[in-house]
Design a protein around this ligand. Sequence first.
Ligand SMILES: Cc1cc2nc3c(=O)[nH]c(=O)nc-3n(C[C@H](O)[C@H](O)[C@H](O)COP(=O)(O)O)c2cc1C
Length: 435
Amino acid sequence: MATQPFRLGWFGNLTAPEWRDGWSEQDATGWTDGRFHVEMVQAMERAGFDFMMLEDSLMVPDIYAGTAELELKHAVYAPKLDPVPVVSMLAYATEHIGIVATASSTFYPPYLLARTFATLDHVTRGRVGWNVVTSSEDRAAQNFGMDEIPEHDKRYDVAAEFLDVTTKLWDSWDPDAIVADPVTGYYADHTRVNPIHHDGEYFSVRGPLNTPRGPQGKPVICQAGSSPRGRDFAAANADMLLTIPNGLEEMKKYRDDIRARAEKFGRDPDEIKVFFVVAPVVGRTDEIAAAKQEEFLSQKQRNYEFQMCNFAATMEIDFSVFDPDQPIPDDVTTNGHQGQFAIWKDMFGGRSIKDAASAMRIASLEMIGSPETIANTMEEAMDYVGGDGFMFLSQPPSRSYIADITEGLCPELARRGLIRTGFGHKTFRENLRAF
Ligand SMILES: Cc1cc2nc3c(=O)[nH]c(=O)nc-3n(C[C@H](O)[C@H](O)[C@H](O)COP(=O)(O)O)c2cc1C
């Protein structure tokens, strides 16, 4: 059995929380004021979570059957809020938990991004993370003056230079640049604030930043690449990784692979924490959890439509043109999330599109049961895989689901010494690396 504790995160969507059960009328439309997510992050901090991550995308998808109808019907990728400003609000309502915002290297100018995240590092007192994504949708590109999203590997080339530029900008203020010395009359020492004069293949940025160095120097870098190119980018740069390999074997393989790649880049693999996506169904007893799963499975058409939206948005594949009673055709490819598409195809196995999608939860392992049952599965999985943590995903979350995890499952994990019960450090990166 595992003796090492592991970490918990939540994959947060700034979209409508669960609204279909009729129990949450106020949240169904009121969530846009951010209060639902404030209460959510407070519950997570209390329960021993390391972070809440806020995903993002920059379009209203209309790929499935050439219309936004299903997307908006189910509120899957839209409507949503911009995660970046919401970080401030979540941070002000909490003390210790890390907050990760997604921002795209394909659309932000590096100076603006570096400035925004330096600002967030200050106002969160060193608790911000940046989920570096390259985006994957033509529909998003068309909102930024492009006809289509750049080719997959090229996006990573741009992202690598982008991260290099932003890192130089964060370093353009020495840690001791602010002297604030009434005797000499100097607030900041100009010899410790330097231009970067970056002139690269994709970006030309003079610097320095006009925002001083944040408590972490650089935000925690989060990444979710799963293609070979994406894994290299992540292994070279990331503090934490988000991933959904299918099953224990693939989880172990993925983590071992990332750690080997990190060593190849001269890094200590323990600096990188891998988070596996899970979506446990928790009940007071195994029987209650099984009944909840039955109810989920009974919503076949709703689940099917929801997953079709997922495929359409992130892969830009219109599944409406395929026969739903057949498996995914072999020759379907994507310029979107390539690694993820391969995994989803694997999850589908030989099943028909309709059968597989209508019963699908996006998760590395199926977990259905009481807190004790789920804690056993998590403990065994971490023991087998080697570490580092899990990230919960619920599309969409409800207050009762959040309570199942934070008030039901987490206390059981804490009793076993498997998750943190406090924070020993001030910054997100230090806490992440504490064990
Ligand atoms: C758990 C998880 C969360 C992700 N969150 C986002 C996101 O918020 N926004 C986004 O554009 N892409 C997101 N992605 C996509 C990744 O950034 C990446 O593009 C994708 O995993 C495909 O990687 P690949 O192109 O290397 O195969 C996420 C991926 C995973 C697995």
